[in-house]
Design a protein around this ligand. Structure first.
Ligand SMILES: [Ca+2]
Ligand SMILES: [Ca+2]
Length: 102
């Protein structure tokens, strides 16, 4: 995928709601998925780790999701989502449609 194409794709996802084919995760499952993608086990999620997690969750724009997720969840602005900040990340993932509230 070229850079231009991925830029175009990264724009309308929120508005159109087209990426949400997988939407069967509850809070705990989302949290576990995010934790699983902590590849270097430092208990923090980097942008790259977030990107892989959102990829797994079915986002067609995982890089965009990683950026937005960081923006929402990274309270201390260190560029990582730590354990405490993960609540906000899970809320973000739910808000954008990666879960169905049972
Ligand atoms: Ca990590
Ligand atoms: Ca942080």
């Amino acid at each position: 995928m070229g850079l231009l194409f991925s830029k175009i794709l990264s724009l309308p996802e929120d508005q159109l709601g087209i990426s949400y084919k997988i939407s069967k995760f509850n809070d705990d499952q989302l949290r576990n998925i995010f934790k699983k993608y902590d590849a270097n086990n430092d208990n923090k999620l980097s942008r790259e780790e977030l990107k892989k997690a959102f990829e797994f969750l079915g986002s067609i724009t995982p890089g965009f999701r990683a950026d937005r997720g960081l923006h929402h969840a990274d309270a201390n602005k260190d560029g990582y989502v730590n354990e405490e900040e993960m609540d906000e990340l899970v809320k973000y993932a739910e808000r954008v449609g990666f879960t169905v509230i049972a």
